[in-house]
Design a protein around this ligand. Structure first.
Ligand SMILES: [Zn+2]
Length: 183
């Protein structure tokens, strides 16, 4: 399992609901958490590792030791949002790119955990931002889509570099030669 970068087409897929929490799903959740901690991320969504189902992993502190801050969320949905807030955001599929993004300040979410239990959570600020960013991934929505024109302009070099890397990876056989980028 590895994290794919923009413009890998897996990042634009609409993910399917998880219908049974089997061994594969549990193993994938553990492997995604390991990858997220390795890369010092706060969240990771299934399409970022080319899985096409609705699962995200997060740790609101980003520290593997803080298991109390760790969440594996299956079929998550945002039930309510309140307020807005603009703050710095990055994404493991866009290494090195950080921009201010406007998000809801508070969210109420519902999700299933790995034991199949339904949970609800109300979060604000950074935790709310992570939930929104990761749930967007499950719908093929990326943080560059949420940028205003200034942030988008400020990101153009990073995005261009990622496109070049995508082509290089195809030439080097790391990606299928006929794979089309999805912008
Ligand atoms: Zn992301």
């Amino acid at each position: 399992m590895k994290i794919v970068n923009y413009p890998h087409p897996a990042l634009r897929a609409m993910c399917k609901p998880v219908t049974s929490i089997d061994k594969d799903v549990r193993l994938a959740a553990g492997a995604m958490l390991d990858l997220m901690y390795q890369r010092e991320g706060l969240g990771l969504a299934a399409p970022q590792v080319t899985l096409d189902y609705r699962m995200i992993v997060m740790n609101f502190e980003g520290e593997a030791e803080r298991k109390d801050m760790e969440v594996v969320a299956i079929n998550p949905v945002i039930l309510e949002t309140k307020g807005t807030e603009k703050d710095r955001e990055g994404c493991l599929s866009f290494p090195g790119l950080y921009q201010d993004i406007r998000r809801a300040k508070t969210v109420k979410v519902q999700y299933y955990d790995l034991d199949g239990r339904a949970n609800e959570m109300v979060c604000s600020e950074l935790a709310a931002r992570i939930w929104q960013h990761e749930i967007d991934h499950l719908n093929g929505v990326l943080f560059i889509d949420k940028m205003g024109p200034l942030q988008r302009y400020g990101s153009r070099n990073d995005i261009q570099n990622l496109m070049v890397e995508f082509d290089d990876d195809k030439k080097r056989g790391l990606l299928p030669p006929d794979m089309e980028p999805k912008l």
